[in-house]
Design a protein. Structure first.
Length: 577
């Protein structure tokens, strides 16, 4: 009989295939004590398993298809680094030698101890690190026990066209899924910000995570449908259900083919208004994907990754290298480098700042506030951005502004560095635009004040919505309140756009709302003419823009902004579509 299970959709699309269930990770860990003479051979076995895991990853990295996203190699390199760390084996070796645990048992104990420390933290970045630790340790365990997705006998045949089910999947498994022709995946655990989910999205494999207790209901070999749009797994589908999902798959395939034709097409609305479409990137290598889809520049380059996973601050040269790579990669297109947005949901090694997180990190010493207090973190970055401006059209963007003075202080620092560079004959662009993010509600209300001192503004809806609606963006319990259509939020966006128009200061949007197709027509209606979005959604946004009559949605949006009648507002939003 047809049944459905629900989870969190993390990678869009529909997959239909036979279930392939991966063995439970922990089932085979035998808890046995070893004899004295076996100690050194057990230690050697553990070391060999670590090396085998590393070798396996190295081979996988060498086989990465040329068209794979660049972050695939970066994920594998992170895991290789962990495997190369000599402290990884220290505690398990002590357990083998002193308590005579067998290697798998000793390793599992240490994995559980580390993971439980991470489990007590509720920071999403640290949680991602927890997943990395777990995946690396599980990889060694599999090597010790001789089982893995890669080494399952005849795996390639059985995985071709299959829907993979596992407790959790490592980023490396996501890559193997692509190699083996897996069409979709379902896991019991994991979250939308896990590296595996991010990779699956980049690789275009539909997937659902967090389908708790699914193992009880699923059987290997039975037909499954993964609806990666809605987060639904359908088991044993009847003919009607199957036909429905096949139709949706065909529609999606036709739609993707049409989208690809838009890559080089100009971005204009149906009634001829030109709109700018830029890309959000995090790693310089992400820009390959952005260029593929014809982005007109980088509207947001998040630089926090430069500060992560290290106990010391990045040097001016490290910053400059990263910016130089990006500017070269985009050859002539504008690049918006956002200065460090550390703090809040983007925590770094505590050794870097020696300041506590505070009780409410999102309201604490984050982004520009931290930058102005910690010149050793901030100034090398400013200097590098200014130097990079000599290489191409670079713009500097300041995150989380709440006072105009913060923007003025940064401009003052920029002027000081430029004067020093002039004296030292170091090249830079004296006209480099300096802009700011509008992501704190008061900055939207006072956008005219910010437009007065800045060269451009960019609306960060992720934070603007978080701060306006008072919902922690990483708290699962209140995520349901996250609503880009909230009338108050729409008014804040509209105020910012109008202030920009009046002051003739360009305003773009780089928050997730810009890449949400449900909002595109409304944003055009509010007067947004520059969207910065993830490369994977750029063509879809372009398609909606091409189908929209800007004149019509502007009139409707203007009425929507003014009305205080919720029923009328809903009707107008529906009409905008
Ligand atoms: C935003 O807040 O909308 C934004 C783009 O910045 P981040 O998501 O990096 O905080
Ligand atoms: Mg933000």
């Amino acid at each position: 009989m047809t049944f459905s299970l629900h989870g969190l959709a993390v990678s869009r699309g529909i997959a239909i295939g036979k279930a392939h269930i991966l063995a439970h990770e922990d089932h085979d860990v035998r808890e046995s004590l070893i004899d004295l003479p076996e100690i050194e051979s057990e230690v050697a076995r553990l070391r060999a398993a670590i090396e085998a895991s590393a070798e396996h990853l190295r081979q996988m990295r060498d086989r990465i298809p040329i068209n794979s996203p660049h972050d695939v190699a970066a994920f594998i390199d992170t895991h290789l680094l962990m495997l190369g760390d000599p402290t990884l084996a220290e505690e398990p070796i002590r357990l083998i030698r002193e308590r005579r645990l067998n290697a798998a048992w000793a390793l599992r104990n240490q994995r559980d101890a580390i993971v439980s420390v991470f489990d007590q933290m509720d920071d999403p970045y640290l949680r991602t690190r927890r997943d990395d630790v777990e995946h690396v340790m599980n990889g060694i365990l599999r090597s010790l026990q001789g089982v893995s997705l890669a080494r399952t006998a005849g795996a390639e045949d059985r995985l071709q066209g299959a829907v993979l089910f596992a407790d959790d999947l490592a980023p490396a498994d996501a890559l193997l899924m692509q190699h083996h022709g897996v069409v979709g995946f379902v896991t019991e655990f994991g979250g939308p910000t896990s590296h595996t989910a991010i990779l699956a999205r980049s690789l275009g494999i539909p997937g659902i995570v967090g389908v708790r207790h699914a193992r009880r209901f699923l059987q290997s070999g039975e037909l499954l449908i993964v609806d990666g749009n809605e987060g639904v797994v359908v088991g044993e589908p009847d003919q009607r259900t199957l036909a429905h999902y096949r139709r949706r798959q065909d529609e999606r395939a036709r739609y993707s083919a049409t989208l690809n034709k838009l890559r080089r097409a100009p971005c204009v609305t149906h009634d001829g208004v030109t709109i700018e479409l830029q890309a959000n990137v995090e790693l310089p290598s992400d820009f390959a994907a952005a260029r593929e889809v014809g982005a007109q520049g980088v509207g947001l380059y998040r630089t926090e990754f430069l500060y992560m996973n290290r106990p010391d601050a990045p040097t001016e040269e490290e910053h400059f290298d990263a910016y130089q790579q990006l500017v070269k990669a985009v050859s002539g297109l504008p690049v918006t480098i956002r200065t460090m947005d550390i703090g809040g949901d983007k925590q770094v090694d505590p050794a870097l700042t020696a300041r506590g997180k505070g009780a409410n990190p999102a309201l604490g010493l984050r982004a520009i506030r931290l930058g102005l207090k910690e010149p050793t973190l901030f100034l090398p970055q400013l200097r590098a951005i200014i130097r990079a401006s000599a290489l191409g059209p670079v713009r500097m963007m300041i995150p989380m502004l709440s006072q105009v003075e913060e923007a003025s202080q940064v401009r003052e620092l920029v002027r000081g560095i430029q004067a020093e560079f002039s004296a030292q004959k170091i090249l830079f662009d004296p006209e480099m635009p300096v802009g700011g993010m509008i992501e704190v509600p008061v900055a939207a209300v006072f956008a005219d004040g910010f437009a007065h001192v800045l060269d451009f503004l960019s609306i960060g809806t992720n934070d603007l919505i978080q701060y306006s609606l008072a919902i922690d963006r990483v708290n699962d319990e209140v995520n349901y309140l996250y609503d880009p259509f909230n009338p108050g939020v729409l008014r804040l966006i509209s105020m910012t756009l109008k202030a920009g128009q009046k002051a003739r200061v360009p305003v773009s949007m780089c928050g997730e709302m810009a890449g949400d197709v449900r909002c595109t027509r409304l944003l055009l209606g509010l007067g947004l003419d520059c969207f910065s979005v993830h490369p994977s959604v750029l063509l879809e946004i372009k398609r909606v823009i091409a189908d929209t009559d800007a004149g019509v949605v502007r009139q409707l949006a203007e009425r929507a902004i003014k009305t205080s009648d919720p029923v009328k507002l809903r009707r107008l939003l529906e009409e905008i579509g």
